[in-house]
Design a protein around this ligand. Structure first.
Ligand code: GDP
Length: 472
């Protein structure tokens, strides 16, 4: 700012002080402060805000209620292992999908739809509250109704309770499917009784939880279950606006040998079309082709429709939320920005002070007699100064050994050297390049970055003195 105004930094800092702001020469000040400051010094200020494209598309514009149309509900099946979740999903799919269409082959794409009374229901095909909560942990809210499967012969079990808690935590209404009622030892009333302990009271007992006796084996009660799902869905008044760019969630994704990255996405609002560009997590796609759960090619997918999408740059993650952007360049740009940010975060997380600490623990236990260090700095003079200062920290017990010093960014070779030699890397005014970060993460090499030599010395000194046995 001082340069721009052709003033000396001292003059600017002094003015700031008079305005009650204590700042150093390289400190950032906010736009408001800069405006006041510049005006004080007789300048006119124009604040230019850099547009954040990501933020622009991330926030969902409110839909006009007039544009909203009813959408199918999305259902997840949960419950204890072996209570029949998979059997139930299969039975519903077979009864309502394949049978109605001669020769129709269902594809496993992670979700499917059935039609009942001319209304659609979308079933997520990965049963269990683990998948449900993993998605939720990633911010995805896809399920409108949870079907809690409880085997009538087995009753409420630990995972039944977990499923109840997960659904409740998400605020998703529960419909209980009391399964295996074909079994001679089936006791639906006992299930209902047990469920009251968890706040689920059957309607016929004066509560408000819908409970349907079913058998995935004999297919008894399946129509009732679908009927009840539609009823509960109706009360939720689920709506979306099909006439806008799509957004939704990745349900599953994999790398297909022939087709490349493939993802099943659930469109939650808007309509996804072939040719659209989208961002999903840290990946992007230009939608090359879409297939429905029957494996048929489709050109468009509206709200609550699951489709398999081809054209992703990389395999996205289940739970990634996607949104359509106007062009490929924007999609790529946002995805890359996010990928970089993620790498940085992962890098930070993978680089706790563990390594240095671990090393000093070994020193403490007498297993290690020297601390090996690699120094990388922006200029030779700094590297040399740091080297000398660190070497001076050597004690009788522990020697500080600078095994390598150099000028420039921290590279993959530095990491490999550190890994092979059990050394830490100290970077002074330099950073690891992308490759180095990746390898460091894998090799669990401790990289410590400093801008002040004194800080580097203090850290090493503190670790050494703090962890070494006191001398008597
Ligand atoms: P999941 O672990 O909850 O997905 O349970 P599965 O669908 O794998 O079913 C577990 C076992 O229960 C399998 O051997 C099924 O054949 C059986 N099973 C599922 N539903 C029924 C049912 O309605 N009646 C009977 N008798 N057995 C069932």
């Amino acid at each position: 700012l001082a340069e721009k105004m052709k003033k000396s930094p001292a003059e600017v800092i002094k003015k700031l002080m008079m305005l009650g702001v204590l700042a150093t020469i390289n400190q950032e000040i906010d736009a408001d402060t800069a405006t006041i400051l510049a005006q004080e010094l007789g300048f006119e200020v124009e604040v230019k805000v850099e547009q954040d494209v990501e933020a622009l598309f991330m926030q969902e514009p409110e839909d006009d209620p007039a544009d909203l149309q009813p959408r199918p509900c999305v259902v997840t099946v949960m419950g204890h292992v072996d209570h029949g979740k998979t059997s139930l999903l299969d039975a519903i799919r077979e009864t309502n999908v394949t049978a109605t269409e001669a020769g129709g082959i269902t594809q496993h794409i992670g979700a499917y739809q059935v039609e009942h009374n001319n209304k659609k229901i979308t079933f997520l095909d990965t049963p269990g509250h683990e998948a449900f909560t993993a998605m939720r942990a990633r911010g995805a809210r896809v399920t409108d109704i949870a079907i809690l499967v409880v085997a009538a012969d087995d009753g409420v079990m630990p995972q039944t309770v977990e499923a109840i808690n997960h659904a409740k935590a998400a605020g998703v209404p529960i419909i209980v499917a009391i399964n295996k009622i074909d079994r001679p030892d089936a006791n639906p009333d006992r299930v209902k009784q047990q469920l009251t302990e968890y706040g689920l009271v059957a309607e016929e007992w004066g509560g408000d939880t819908v409970m349907v006796p079913v058998s995935a084996r004999t297919r008894q009660g399946l129509e009732d279950l679908l009927e009840m799902i539609l009823l509960v869905a109706e009360m939720q008044e689920l709506k979306a606006n099909p006439n806008r760019p799509a957004r939704g969630t990745v349900i599953e994704a994999e790398l297909d040998k022939g087709r490349g990255p493939v993802a099943t996405v659930l469109v939650q609002n808007g309509t996804l079309s072939v040719g659209d560009n989208l961002v999903a997590g840290t990946t992007w796609a230009r939608v090359r082709a879409m297939m429905d759960y029957k494996g048929r090619r489709v050109k468009k997918a509206g709200p609550s429709t699951p489709v398999e999408v081809l054209g992703f740059s990389e395999v996205p993650q289940a739970g990634d939320q996607f949104f359509v952007v106007p062009d490929e360049k924007t999609a790529r740009q946002i995805a890359e920005k996010r990928a970089n940010r993620k790498r940085e975060e992962e890098f930070k997380a993978a680089m706790p002070r563990v390594s240095l600490d671990a090393l000093f623990n070994q020193i403490k236990e007498g297993q290690v007699k020297e601390l090996r260090v690699i120094i990388k700095a922006d200029v030779q003079g700094s590297a040399e100064a740091l080297k000398q200062a660190l070497e001076r920290l050597s004690t009788e017990e522990v020697k500080v050994n600078i095994i390598h010093q150099g000028v420039g960014a921290i590279t993959e070779t530095d990491i490999m050297l550190a890994s092979a030699s059990n050394a830490i890397i100290i970077g002074f005014n330099v950073r690891p390049d992308v490759n180095a970060r990746r390898v460091a993460e894998k090799e669990k090499v401790d990289i410590r970055l400093y801008r002040v030599i004194y800080d580097a010395i203090e850290d090493v000194k503190a670790a050494m003195s703090g962890l070494l046995e006191p001398e008597y």
